[in-house]
Design a binder for this molecule. Structure first.
Ligand code: AMP
Ligand code: MG
Length: 481
């Protein structure tokens, strides 16, 4: 082990057939400077934050034991299949933590690779800080996600619609295996490549399935389970990923690739923030069926190895994929029950939850604040003054009365299930503007501090709860690539 900083790197990915990657060092940058360093993540990785300098976090210096590479993958982007790959990211290696866990350390914005196509391999400061904020917020919310170890500026400009400051984000992930990695293997590789990839994924994320009678079916089913749980968690906090292409869906079940993502303010299933999603393919309400569609692409890519007989393979895949909506629904319903302070289950719970959502939509209520108000027993917004709500509230109270737990226990459950604060779009923009235009990180750091424990209901969170003013709507996000 490297003594000073704590690097303990391995690169198991290199054990895969050569078709899956290209050895590639990050491209050096002119004048790297540290912008944010996540001490908590550094510590969990066994790294000494003080010794992690801008040189290593920009790729100018390669840590001992690193074997940088760019990964090949494919994917359906907005429904269209493309060959992709790490076009602006380099995997430095896999850090083995003091607890024996393995995490990919990737420099996003680390320079051109053979998969860059026309791109410059770089990223901008605004979008990288945005990924930092939102991914840390997701972690605070208890949602599986890649983490952000650091953001550095490169000292070089990048050119998009305007000139921007170049930056690199160090992304930490359980792995960067994607549905698109399997699509790549299935479309462009031999069956042996697919087998090697599936075995690798099992060993890394689902080792309990290695000895299963049909381990590839096991893999398929487990990925479906994890994604069902993940998407339900997104839905119950109002997170909109924005670009759920199959290359942006992990095998580990972590949320990945924070581009045009954003949290919903006013409840509306049709909400879309991304400027490039004109059709609303990735709207809030479409996320569960789109996840199902992506998982069908995953199942398809596994067809050659699920069974020796094609027809049987197809049947196994179809049955597994059909489980997704059921699994998702049950996670979602349990999530909604918790948000409403319910402990047990009753037939009518789905309607109770859905009726509230219908009212929120009808009366244009803020998603997060409605649940926050219910939690606090503060009926502040217009929704609470409507006769519709009075009727719903009666049903809710009766339902609460039909369980053994006390009202106090229900309220406690609501407090731990309904975030008091989310990264509101206007707050994120304010933080980014100060950081990017004025090198002022205070607004971002204050925001990050309240997002660390979104269930705290602390007084310093109050000012982060206000919905955006009309001048801040409709909000638009840009890919920033
Ligand atoms: P994303 O929309 O971030 O999921 O990226 C889709 C694909 O485009 C991936 O293969 C990326 O590596 C690639 N890509 C995005 N931005 C750039 C860039 N600036 N240079 C090269 N490749 C890029
Ligand atoms: Mg991507």
């Amino acid at each position: 082990m490297e003594k000073k900083t704590g690097w303990n790197l391995d690169t198991s990915y290199r054990s895969l057939p050569a078709t899956f990657f290209t050895l590639q060092d990050p491209e050096p940058v002119r004048a790297p400077e540290l912008v944010v360093l996540n001490e908590q993540v550094a510590e969990s990785l066994g790294l000494d934050a003080e010794k992690l300098g801008a040189d290593v976090l920009s790729g100018n210096e390669i840590p001992n034991g690193a074997d940088p590479l760019a990964q090949a993958y494919a994917g359906h982007q907005f429904g269209h299949f493309n060959m992709l790959g790490d076009g602006r990211a380099v995997l430095i290696g896999e850090q083995i933590t003091p607890g024996g866990e393995r995490f990919d350390i990737q420099l996003k914005g680390g320079g051109r690779t053979p998969y860059s196509r026309g791109g410059d391999g770089r990223a901008g400061l605004g979008p990288m800080l945005r990924e930092h904020i939102i991914s840390e917020a997701m972690h605070g919310l208890g949602i599986p996600t890649t983490r952000s170890l650091a953001v550095v500026t490169t000292g070089e400009p990048i050119y998009r619609e305007t000139e921007q400051r170049g930056a690199i984000l160090t992304r930490v992930a359980a792995s960067h295996l994607r549905v698109g990695t399997f699509q790549f293997a299935s479309r462009f590789g031999e069956v042996d490549d697919l087998l090697a990839l599936a075995d690798y994924a099992l060993e890394r994320h689902y080792p309990e399935g290695i000895d299963a009678p049909n381990r590839y079916l096991f893999l398929l089913k487990e990925v479906i389970k994890r994604q069902a749980a993940l998407i339900a968690k997104w839905q119950v906090v109002g997170f909109i990923h924005g670009v759920m292409n199959t290359d942006n869906m992990t095998i580990s079940g972590e949320t990945i690739d924070y581009g045009p993502c954003a949290f919903m303010d006013t409840y509306d299933p049709k909400t879309v923030f991304s400027s490039i999603d004109a059709q609303g393919r990735y709207a809030y309400g479409n996320q569960p069926p789109i996840a199902g569609w992506n998982l069908a692409r995953f199942a398809e890519s596994l067809l050659p190895i699920l069974h020796d007989e094609q027809e049987e393979s197809l049947k196994l895949a179809q049955n597994a994929v059909l489980e997704f909506p059921k699994l998702y629904e049950s996670h979602w319903l349990n999530g909604m029950r918790a948000k409403l302070g319910l402990f047990n289950s009753e037939e009518g719970d789905r309607s109770l939850a859905e009726d509230l959502l219908v009212l929120m939509n009808k009366h244009q209520a803020d998603f997060t604040n409605t649940f926050r108000s219910l939690t606090l027993g503060r009926e502040e917004s217009d929704l609470f003054k409507t006769p519709d709500y009075a009727v719903w509230k009666e049903q809710w109270k009766e339902r609460l009365g039909r369980q053994d737990e006390t009202m106090e226990a229900s309220r406690q459950r609501m407090r731990t299930s309904n975030p008091s604060v989310i990264p509101r779009n206007h707050k994120v923009e304010e933080a980014l503007k100060a950081a990017v235009e004025e090198d002022d990180l205070t607004i971002m750091n204050d925001l990050l501090a309240v997002l660390k424990d979104p269930y705290a209901y602390s007084s310093d969170q109050e000012e982060y709860c206000a919905p955006p003013s009309p001048s801040n709507r409709p909000y638009r996000t840009y890919c920033g690539t």
